[in-house]
Write a protein that binds this ligand. Sequence first.
Ligand code: RIB
Length: 294
Amino acid sequence: MFSAEVLNFGSLNIDHVYRVPHFVAPGETLSCLNYSVFAGGKGLNQSIALARAGVKTAHAGKIGHDGGFLIETLKEAGVDTQFVLEGETPTGHASIQVDSAGQNSILLYPGSNCDISETEILSVLEQQIPGTWLMLQNEINSIPFLMREAHKRGLRIAINPAPCTDAVKDYPLELAELLFVNEIEAAQLSGSSGSFEEIADRLVKQYPSLKIVMTLGGAGAIYRCGKEFHFEPALSSEVVDTTSAGDTFCGYFLSSLMKGFSPADAMKFAAKASSVTVSRPGAAVSIPLAEEIF
Ligand code: RIB
């Protein structure tokens, strides 16, 4: 039986990245300053963050016939790819504008990421050992089904329900142990506004058994579990491209907990890793190695 410490069932995207002087406005035609193609997808990025942080990681997901280089990228990072399927639907892709401040605006084509059958999901889950962590995002289909089936099989669930949609409110998030949200997703999920602390309080009431990590971009990140609270400021670094900063945070936080660090230390390592990611261009390619962080 396969023995990864984390199975990440998630998206694999081809990222088309356009450097722009500003985000294109409705009705505007804008020439970009530079164009690059990178491996991406919240799923792939988080697998690479976990693997680079030193965790034995397997990725499950689906590409089309055009996605071979994504498998190569995962393998180069040491991620097991035996559960990455190939089908007829083209590989998912993202059209990403990055402005001069390093901020991004992303348009997604889900493609093969949302063409995964329940039979395919079950066949992957059946090969996992109880106690293995299952990492999830919200860029593939059938997340509620995946959560229920994984929970039945004794997998430990960490979920970053990004991008957040209305449907996420009905996901069985209480089956997870670890929830990662950014400030916008936290407000959407809790249906509340107010200070970051108030929104986090509301989420804790909604999901009392979860460890909750709320990332706040340049404002840092909050950790909550019941009454336990920790705030981690963001480290200042030159911002080149913020793409995959959140994915890096998720991967490094989970890997640090798995190594036995406290949530407070895990937040520190995750913040440091994210600060390195934003200082470099691209998604997966910008995620640091363990020796740069620990
Ligand atoms: O989180 C960043 C990722 O979001 C990009 O790599 C892009 O593919 C989108 O999924």
